[in-house]
Design a protein around this ligand. Structure first.
Ligand code: NAD
Ligand code: TDX
Length: 319
């Protein structure tokens, strides 16, 4: 299989590329990997250290349909990760989210169809369902996004599904929960908490810290995408859960404990606007059809992740 990966210099995309060129997804029989990324503040070639020579990299804006088409000709599958991804940034400045996430997705879909790709995986998020106070959301739940980021992702899902219906491109939409692992931009909660503590500051917790997130290791996310790519999905939309739901305050205490710091190194700060109380997806569709199970144990993988940020200071200090 020849695979094109958009957003492959970002957090999840770079972890996925690393596994694509490694041994982990042998079932895909990967022959060639094309990575497209315009290296925004969130993307860096440092994330591809050690594998850059194994891929064909293009610094390309996904909204440039002609360039994307040219660069992905010959690819069997496109895995579309590229997006503006941070909720807080979407609150202070939403337009780049609409451009890259909605228009960008239409552009990559057009390019994939023009280049003759046989498969398209659109990476979306559990945030499109909005806040889930109790229970878990299935794939048929209504879309009810609350942040400009989530609205742009919900828009991109509809764009992708409409393109599939109109033009017959086989599209799979995945909606996963919060990812964690190495190479995540320190604007996101886990690396933000760890790097702030390592710099001597306190964890800034929004509101009362009672919001719940379901944590999915980035390698398990990649595995789920590889299962979908290797198979013939019966459905168009698949949730991917992490199976580990905790409050942000519990998360803060786990990190403090692991770093051997006092529990009072938490500072409660004003809440995020329209802060979703809880996300929780029902991923039984993926589990039953593909035998998907998250492999990583949270307690072990969060320890490994915290150590990664402690051991790779130059990656986040840029010294
Ligand atoms: P990220 O911000 O770390 O990486 C995004 C990458 O896309 C960056 O390398 C950036 O340079 C690139 N990009 C952005 N706009 C672009 C454009 N116009 N042209 C080309 N490249 C562009 O994000 P991430 O956390 O790796 O998320 C990847 C995908 O997964 C996103 O679609 C996001 O919505 C989705 N997602 C993320 C999470 C999470 O917990 N991080 C959870 C669910 C879904
Ligand atoms: O400083 C902080 N303090 C804090 O309390 C930050 C950065 C976050 N938080 C809280 C907000 C959330 O409840 O931690 C939780 C996680 O925050 P983020 O890492 O910003 O993630 P979230 O808003 O849940 O969205 C993430 O998961 C879904 C990704 O950033 C999205 O791209 C993905 O779609």
């Amino acid at each position: 299989m020849r695979v094109a990966v958009t957003g492959g210099a970002g957090f999840i995309g770079s972890n996925f590329v690393r596994d694509l060129v490694g041994e982990r997804f042998a079932a895909l029989d990967v022959q060639h990997v094309v990575v497209l990324d315009n290296l925004t503040y969130a993307g860096t070639l440092d994330n591809l250290t050690g594998v850059l020579d194994d891929v064909e990299f293009h610094r390309t804006d996904i909204c440039d349909t002609q360039a994307v088409t040219r660069q992905i000709v010959g690819c069997d599958a496109v895995v579309h990760f590229a997006a503006e991804s941070h909720v807080d940034r979407s609150i202070s400045s939403g337009l780049p989210f609409m451009r890259s996430n909605v228009l960008g997705t239409q552009s990559v879909l057009e390019a994939a169809a023009a280049a003759g790709a046989a498969r398209f995986v659109h990476i979306s998020t559990d945030e499109v369902y909005g806040s889930i106070p109790v229970g878990a959301t299935g794939e048929d739940a209504p879309l009810a996004p609350n942040s400009p980021y989530a609205a742009s992702k919900a828009g991109s899902d509809l764009v992708a599904l409409a393109f599939a219906r109109t033009h017959g491109l086989p599209v799979t939409v995945t909606r996963c929960s919060n990812n964690y692992g190495p190479y995540q931009n320190p604007e996101k909660a886990i690396p933000h908490f760890v790097t702030t503590l390592l710099r001597g500051g306190d964890i800034p917790l929004y509101g009362a810290g009672t919001n719940v997130r379901d944590w999915l290791h980035v390698g398990d996310h990649g595995k789920a995408v590889a299962l979908l790519l290797a198979g013939t999905p019966k459905e168009q939309v698949y949730n991917i859960g992490g199976g580990h739901q905790i409050t942000n305050l519990q998360l803060a205490h786990i990190i403090l404990d692991e770093l051997g710091l006092d529990a009072d190194r938490v500072s409660f700060v004003p809440d995020r606007k329209a802060h979703d109380a809880r996300y929780c997806v029902d991923d039984s569709r993926l589990r039953e059809e593909f035998g998907y199970r998250p492999e990583r144990d949270f307690a072990e993988a969060i320890r490994e992740t915290i150590s990664w940020y402690s051991d790779n200071r130059s990656w986040w200090t840029h010294d």
